[in-house]
Each structure stands twice: as C-alpha cells, then as structure tokens.
Design a protein around this ligand. Sequence first.
Ligand code: NAP
Length: 277
Amino acid sequence: MENIILDGKTTSKNIIEELKAKFEKEPTDKRLAIASAGDDYGSAVYCNMKKKKAEYIGIGCDVFHFEETVTQEELETKVRELNADDTYAGIMIQHPLPKHINEQNCFNLISPEKDVDGLSATSFGYIVQDRQLFAPATALGIMKLLKAYDINLVGEEVLMVGKSQIVGLPLAVMLMKAGATVTVAHSRTKDLAGMIKNYKIVIVAIGKPELVKAEWFTEGQIIVDAGYNEGNIGDVDHLAYEKASFYTPVPGGVGPMTIASLMSQTAEAIDIMKNNK
Ligand code: NAP
C-alpha cells in the first residue's frame, strides 16, 4: 500500500518561491501588519516566522505587540488605524489574544479586503456565499495541500474533527463547497473512536496531543493533522501514519501551509490595492 507524506514543507516552499519571483519582478512598498498581545510564547514565535517569511518574499512586515494588560479599545483603535493606513495591504491579528479580550470583535473590525488571515465574520460569510475573498489561512493551507497531491474531494466522505471558528468550521464549509460530504465531530460527539474508520479522509484540529489513536483508523485512510502541541506533537497518534495512504507529518505538514496561505493572500491583497488605485 502507498504511504505518501503530504509534504507541507516542500509544497509551501514552492508557493513561497513563486511569490518571491513575483515581487522580484514587481517590487511593492505595501506592507503586512500583524497585531499581537500578551506573553503567549507560541504567538511570539509565529509572529516572527511570519515577519521573516514576508520579508523573504519582498513584502515589508510590522508587528505591533501589546502588553498582556491591553484593553479592547486599544486593540480596536489599532485595527481601525491600520484599516485607514494605505501603507498596509494586509492586516492580521495573532491568536490567542489575552483572555479578557473579545478576539472575534477584533477580527471583525478588519476591512474585508485587508483580512489576509480570513478570520472576520465577513470573510466567513463570503465563503458561505461563494464570493470568497480571503479564507482562514490554515483551512486554505489544507485545501491547497490536498489539491497539490490531487486528492479528490468530490463525492468523498470527509470527517472534520473540531469545529473552531479558526480551523474546523470554515474548513468544513470549504470542503462542502468543494463537493465533499462532510461530517463534523467535536467535544460532544459520542463515539469518535468508533466513527473514524468510516471516512476516506479524516482531518483533525482539536489541540489535544495524540488524542486520536492509531487503532481508531483502518488501512488506506487519508489523515490530515492540523494539531500543533508542545513538543512538536500533533492531535493524531503518529503511529496512525503507518496505516494511512496519505498523511501530514507534524511538524512539516499543515503548519508551513498556513504561513504560505497567509503570504499568498497578502500578495492578493496587494494586487487588490494596486488595481483599486
Ligand atoms: P480550539 O479553538 O481549541 O478548538 C478545538 C476544537 O476541537 C473544538 O471544536 C472542540 O469542540 C474540539 N475538541 C476538543 N476536544 C475534543 C475531543 N476530545 N474530541 C473531539 N473534539 C474535540 O482549537 P483550534 O484553534 O481550532 O486549534 C486546533 C489545533 O490546531 C491546535 O493544536 C492548534 O495548535 C492547531 N492549529 C494549528 C495551526 C497551524 O498553522 N498549524 C493553526 C491554527 C491551529 P467544541 O467545539 O465542542 O468545544
């Protein structure tokens, strides 16, 4: 049986190199703005990775970092300023924000044509209405990875485990729009262990290290693990990979595709700004 790695590292590198070539030909002075807050260690690492990647392809990037004690008003004021500032073609807010902040309200303030991480209510509504502008970067990254390996979705049974607003819910809608028959499982699902083997494609985004066990799978399934937990551990038991026809490794699967999607959407936002001039 084939046992093929869905190699996010290589696939994302191809996307990044194409973008780099594009901006070598047509340099831009438009920038990406990232707002973050608090002392989440992961956030600092991700912001830095995104900034470096943007700069590598030729897009300037500024990270606006706020203390843990930031107020809702301060963050919302920053988003409004960035919306109004033509220097920035793209704006994203790094998740998670401190617990006292209503994160979704901040996402919702980002102008749709600058929402390159695709997390506002408007961007989600656009996906539902088939007039997609920008999609949540992780969900888009997974769709791009499946496409890169010619994995057919039309008419296939897909199990989406996790229904967060950032990953599972928008991805379930995007899979449906792509022609898959989608079942969504979550923390209240009664028999996750028993149902997994019934799906050709299983996508997991729950944030629980190796919660999904190898013995729940059967030979030949396609496994996509968006989970990224401390110690480079996914949400799926890595022993499940041996049974899979295709699988994403952790790390090197979904993670790099998220950043590549953020960059390709930022490049699109730059084009939109240029064309609106
Ligand atoms: P989240 O907001 O915490 O949502 C978790 C989802 O999983 C919820 O829908 C929850 O169900 C469900 N869930 C929790 N425990 C479950 C269980 N025992 N069985 C079935 N479902 C369960 O998490 P998230 O932001 O979507 O992130 C999920 C994972 O993806 C994390 O590991 C995160 O680090 C990773 N992630 C990776 C990237 C990347 O670029 N690689 C980007 C974003 C996220 P309820 O809705 O019922 O509570």
